[in-house]
Ligand binder design. Structure first.
Ligand code: C2E
Ligand code: MG
Ligand code: MG
Ligand code: MG
Length: 281
């Protein structure tokens, strides 16, 4: 497509594409002008250990509260931050805020952080994050990094070496959005992983699609046999849970057990979860 277009004098975009690009450029400009330290914050979504019904960890999810543009979701602004060359700054700010949060929590739950491809490609940057963990005296086993296939596939050897170093230092690594890419299974074999997160597109279809059910069941079994933790993402309803329970899922992260929450909600939640060992709805 690119070659053919290059010979033409103009490239035609649909109105939707033009609108997307205009918004993208606007987002990048707003990000450059933003006070990111002030405007970025994290929300936290519980990961429920199903056998014990305990919250074992929280995924830290980014939110941008822009005074100009309002609340912006990560699906939009993370990509804009990558294009603007600001992603490492964004990751660093959020990582610091996540560690601040963890230090206030009353139990030894873990926290997971999403990393972008540009973060993963820069060893020194990753080590600047892990150095903060040691400087604060936080146990590295409570920190998990979520990476995607896209982030590791550009340089699999370099990624493996980075993950081996992280693992040797005691950090956890999860493969996110498992099954949504081209060759997810190849990475299970090549990378030192602690956990995989089954993409929510499979759970979305679980009620209607026998194929999705078989895929999920197979991945859960595979994980058990390989001694990998397995998270089912996106479980929203009791009906979905009922279909999934016979597969003996290990960990579930979804609206049914808790939406992404503001920091203020976490301490009461952990206190309650500890006391009652109760199921949240
Ligand atoms: P992800 O890492 O796969 O995170 C899970 C997403 O699924 C979150 O969306 C979460 O709110 C949503 N989710 C969880 N349970 C359910 C459910 O039951 N139903 C539905 N419909 N959705 C559910 P969110 O917070 O909008 O984040 C979207 C994506 O943005 C993340 O997907 C991740 O790829 C990226 N992202 C978020 N925070 C960061 C960050 O700090 N850094 C980077 N690099 N990427 C981030
Ligand atoms: Mg994630
Ligand atoms: Mg995911
Ligand atoms: Mg996603």
């Amino acid at each position: 497509r690119g070659k053919q277009n290059a010979r033409r004098s103009t490239i035609i975009f649909t109105p939707e594409q033009e609108e997307q690009m205009r918004q993208g450029v606007e987002l990048e400009r707003a990000l450059r002008e933003a006070n990111l330290n002030e405007e970025l914050h994290l929300v936290f979504q519980p990961q429920m250990d199903i056998p014990t019904r305990r919250i074992m960890s929280f995924e830290a999810l980014a939110r941008w509260q822009s005074p100009k543009l309002g609340e912006i979701q990560p699906e939009s602004f993370i990509r804009a931050a990558e294009r603007a060359g600001l992603i490492q700054n964004v990751t660093k700010i959020l990582f610091g805020k996540g560690l601040d949060a963890l230090e206030t929590w009353p139990t030894d739950v873990s926290i997971s952080f999403n990393l972008s491809a540009q973060d993963v490609a820069d060893r020194d940057f990753i080590f600047s994050l892990t150095a903060q963990v040691f400087a604060r005296g936080i146990a590295p086993g409570r920190i998990e990094f979520e990476i995607t296939e896209t982030a590791v596939m550009k340089d699999i050897a370099a990624s493996r070496s980075l993950l081996e170093d992280l693992s040797a230092a005691g950090f956890k690594v999860a493969l996110d959005d498992f099954g949504s890419g081209y060759s997810s299974f190849a990475y299970i074999d090549r990378l030192p992983l602690d956990k995989i997160k089954i993409d929510k597109s499979f759970v979305r279809k679980v009620a209607d699609s026998a194929t999705s059910r078989e895929i999920i069941a197979a991945i859960i079994t595979l994980c058990r046999n390989l001694d990998l933790k397995c998270v089912l993402e996106g479980v929203e309803t009791e009906e979905e849970l009922a279909v999934l329970m016979p597969m003996a899922p290990q960990i579930i992260q979804g609206y049914l057990f808790g939406r992404p929450m503001e920091l203020e909600a976490i301490v009461p939640l952990l206190t309650q979860n500890k006391a009652e060992n109760a199921r949240l709805v």
